[in-house]
Each structure stands twice: as structure tokens, then as C-alpha cells.
Ligand binder design. Structure first.
Ligand code: FAD
Length: 288
């Protein structure tokens, strides 16, 4: 690992100013489970490392029946996985967080780092897409909010501009007649990245399914929503035929690659299978 200058700013403004000052040679440090690995491998060689550890207000989970859920960017996967409100109301996110690495990794890894790293296979990306998350961002020009579906630009690339820091994620409040599920397909049972990840969320009311959101990861250059499949299901009762149509639409909207772990064809097929399974589970969970 090459030498670097280490900073521990105590405000978000200070952190943003440092990022701007050292633009191009600085990296933010959250849990370090991506960054430190890359620095050791020398695929990242920052001259300045800016820790977010001492910046107040970046950790924690708050839920309000009116305003919904707020998760600080520095909140650890382990906390998300075990939080009672996340498990009950935002189940897909608890499942996604619980899929990241092993327990030791999840004790360090943050949700902000997982999303800001911009990996198409990030395990919290598909759940956040399905749960209509908004990303809160702070920078020199103040704060802005972007929907999670517009946050990812390409592999390893996000909408973050010079000096910008993700501060939190917000999701709308959820009621008892809403359900969600995330399923990850991986080659090895333990500690492996997804080769396909699908999260679905739905609301049920007198048999009709609404507010359907489907998030896909690891099957395109960025995590994405399967909007065509959502449109097929929204407003209808869930039948076997409808599930099959939605599965086919989600597969068609994915654009996976073949690599050492899996062929594009298998990934596309699994998008359909997991769309069917997660949609059915989301509706079952919504119905209690
Ligand atoms: C053994 C192992 C197994 C893993 N398994 C998985 C897995 O199964 N699924 C999965 O999704 N990931 C996995 N990962 C990757 C990693 O653990 C996650 O992506 C993790 O959530 C990253 O968070 P972090 O806090 O450690 O980020 P860091 O490493 O601290 O940061 C990652 C990147 O994001 C930037 N960043 C961090 N926080 C912010 C912020 N608030 N605003 C703007 N930029 C920010 C940093 O500058 C850096 O470029 C694994 C990693 C290891 C080492």
C-alpha cells in the first residue's frame, strides 16, 4: 500500500472541502471493506484518505409513520440486518444487508460505502430500488436528493460530483399490507458476490397488487428497475400467467454479460426465476 495523508474531519463541510481541495487524489473512508482491499491491491492509490468516522449524524436508523425511514450513510450492514423495523417493514433491505460478505465484513461495511462504490452487484442496491429509496447528498453547494434509480451511472460510477458525500437514504413509510423480498444467487454459499440479485416490493389491497417495484443487480452495467415487469403486475391480481409475463419482461430488460462465474443466458434466465419468486413472496408477506 502506498503512503497517504489521513484526515479525520469533524463536520460534513470540512470533509467536503477536503474532497474538493484534493480532487482526484482523495478517497473517502467509511468501513474500508472496499477501499482498503483496493489500496492493498494498488487498484486504488489515493494520496489523501478522508475518514467519515468523526462526522456526526451519519449513523443510525430512524422511523416515523409519517415521514418514513432514514438510514445514515455510515450505518453498518450488521445493524441493518438486525434492526426490527427494517426486518418487519423493509424486509428486502434486511435480507440484502445480511448477504454482504461474512459477519466480520458486515460489522464494518456501511450502506453508504456499498452504494457509493457503484458496483452493479451491490447487495443493498436492488432492495433500495424496490423500496423507493432517495439518496441524500451533501456538498459545497448544499444538499440535494436523488432517487436511487438515477444514482448509478455505470460500473463504479455514480452521480456524485466533486466534493459530494452521501449522507443518508430515505424510504417512504410502509404499512402492514406491504411486503418485500431480496434473493441473491451466488456461486459459493458463503462470502460471494451476487451473479444475480432481485428484490421485489408490493402493496396488496382486496386482492389487487399495487406499488410494485422490482430492483435488479449484477445483470446490467448498473443496478436497475424492471419497470416493464412492474407495469404488467401493477393494479392486477397476481396469477401464474401474470407472474410468467412479469418474469419474461424483467429478463428482457436485463442486459447481463458472460464472465467466469456465469453465462449471460443463465443470468437472464435467473432474473425471470427470481422475479417470479420475489414478487410472489412480496405479495405473500404483504398479506401476512
Ligand atoms: C471479503 C469481502 C466480501 C464482500 N462481500 C460482499 C457482498 O457479498 N456483497 C456486497 O454488496 N459487497 C461485498 N463486499 C464489498 C463491501 O464490503 C461493500 O461494498 C461495503 O458495503 C462497502 O462499504 P464500506 O463502508 O466498507 O466502504 P469503503 O470501503 O469505506 O468505501 C467504498 C467506496 O465508497 C466511497 N464512500 C464510502 N462512503 C461514502 C459516502 N458516504 N459518500 C460518498 N462516497 C463514499 C469510498 O470513498 C470508496 O470509494 C465484500 C468485501 C469483502 C472484502
Amino acid at each position: 500500500m502506498r503512503n497517504f495523508e489521513f484526515f479525520e474531519p469533524e463536520t460534513i463541510e470540512e470533509a467536503s472541502d477536503l474532497l474538493t481541495k484534493y480532487n482526484g487524489t482523495a478517497e473517502l473512508l467509511a468501513g474500508g471493506t472496499d477501499l482498503i482491499i483496493e489500496m492493498k491491491a494498488r487498484t486504488a492509490t489515493p494520496e489523501h484518505v478522508i475518514s467519515l468516522e468523526k462526522v456526526p449524524g451519519l449513523t443510525g436508523i430512524d422511523y416515523d409513520e409519517e415521514s418514513g425511514l432514514r438510514i445514515g450513510a455510515l450505518t453498518k450492514m450488521r445493524r441493518l440486518e438486525n434492526d426490527p423495523i427494517i426486518r418487519e417493514r423493509y424486509t428486502a433491505l434486511a435480507e440484502g444487508a445480511g448477504e454482504v460478505g461474512g459477519v466480520q465484513i458486515r460489522n464494518l461495511a456501511t450502506i453508504g460505502g456499498n452504494i457509493s462504490h457503484g458496483s452493479p452487484a451491490a447487495d443493498t442496491a436492488a432492495p433500495l430500488l424496490a423500496l423507493s429509496a432517495q439518496v441524500k447528498i451533501a456538498g459545497a453547494d448544499g444538499e440535494r436528493t436523488v432517487p436511487i434509480e438515477t444514482f448509478f451511472v455505470g460500473p463504479g460510477q455514480t452521480v456524485l460530483k466533486t466534493g459530494e458525500i452521501v449522507t443518508a437514504f430515505e424510504c417512504p413509510a410502509r404499512s402492514a399490507n406491504q411486503g418485500s423480498q431480496y434473493i441473491k444467487q451466488k456461486i459459493r454459499e458463503v462470502m460471494d458476490l451476487a451473479f444475480v440479485g432481485v428484490a421485489s416490493s408490493a402493496t396488496t389491497d382486496n386482492g389487487a397488487v399495487s406499488n410494485v417495484k422490482i430492483g435488479l443487480s449484477a445483470v446490467a452495467p448498473t443496478p436497475l428497475r424492471a419497470t416493464d415487469a412492474e407495469a404488467i403486475v401493477n393494479g392486477n391480481s397476481l396469477t401464474t400467467e401474470l407472474l410468467q409475463q412479469a418474469a419474461a419482461a424483467a429478463s428482457a430488460q436485463s442486459s447481463p454479460i458472460s464472465d467466469l462465474r456465469c453465462s449471460a443466458e443463465h443470468r437472464r434466465e435467473m432474473v425471470g426465476v427470481l422475479t417470479r419468486r420475489t414478487l410472489q413472496a412480496a405479495v405473500d408477506r404483504a398479506q401476512g
